[in-house]
Design a protein around this ligand. Sequence first.
Ligand code: BEZ
Ligand code: FE2
Length: 406
Amino acid sequence: MTIIKPNYIYINSKFQKNLAVVFDKEIQAIDTIENLHKKYPNATIEETKENSVLYPGFINTHVHLEFSANKTTLKYGSFMSWLDSVIKNREELIGACDNSMMMQECQNMMKSGITTFGAISSFGLELEVCTKTPQKVIFFNEIIGSNSSIADMLYSNFLERLDESKKYRDKGVTPAIAIHAPYSVHPIVLKRAVNVAKTEDLPLTAHFLESQAEREWLEDDSGEFLLFFQKFFNSSKSVTKIDEFIESFDETPTHFAHVVQANEEELRYLAQKGHSIAHCPRSNRLLGCGRLPIETLIELNIPFTIATDGLSSNNSLNIFDELRAGLMLHHLGSIEELASLFIASITSVPANIFSLNSGKIEVGRDADFALVTLPAKPSSLESIALQTILHTKEVTNVWIDGKKVI
Ligand code: BEZ
Ligand code: FE2
């Protein structure tokens, strides 16, 4: 049993003083240090520095580890030039990405306090790393393929990868399903994959309305995707429409990534069906996708997470780099309130979306923590979220299931 008494603890979306936490694999009690000493006289005391803040371990819901080899190869600025560069360099980038590189990126995430991540897996290449990293992983096996003639083959490959990932629940891997995107998945296999998620109660995610080009293609088979599909797939017609795609998820609350180009009516529909959004500010900026109207999400009460996406569209997997970028991108409204929502977006919100027993400092929850040390005393409790985001590059310590991993 360990007792920790930081200066501040993030409980119930607020920062509280004069409290301590006792934990083994799970959180046992939250009380004053005096009461905990009395009740747990043999517990080990974990020392903290001045101006320490204890958070639940952070959750990054959307990352592509398989693309960790990209540094300067891919073309940024517009979605279609980026996608062209991905197609052109995919084999080389995947070939250059080995287990030690992916493990290093898991470590990098951990240094920023990430104790759980959602791995979007195109090929299953990161599965071994995900079984070995101390972090918990929602392993989203991705289905892709708009061409009906190879859809069956791609679907059976997807099922094989899904089955493989089901073997490692005891290694902290939760099997899950990812739909690549509306433009790239044939509606028949889409329905089959969604049905598997529904019947087996597996987490489900999908890239959706990331770029203006995607919107034009889905709306009227025009725009930059027309040239792309003519060139690579000898096709001039989108396999689905926006409405048809959204309605496929009506009975399975889904974590949609990006959604930058959705209109208000579509956002209302997502809200009504209990869906959520993974927001990746740096990825959106680098691929020229525009700004997600986060204020509309807040108004409509759509749960959103802040996530890094992969190194194919980012320069680090550090969640604090991402939060800082988000704060600078979203200039409307109160910055302290936005910072508070951002901390919730990497803790309690993803825990609720995926029914995780982490993400909150609460009795009975997993003892997953990120301990942050601020450079000086915060001027108010309300400013701690903002000051944490501004000043943290790396956290001081990390625990997963009560075990100190940093
Ligand atoms: C497709 O199968 O349609 C597809 C695959 C990758 C990127 C875009 C489309
Ligand atoms: Fe992504």
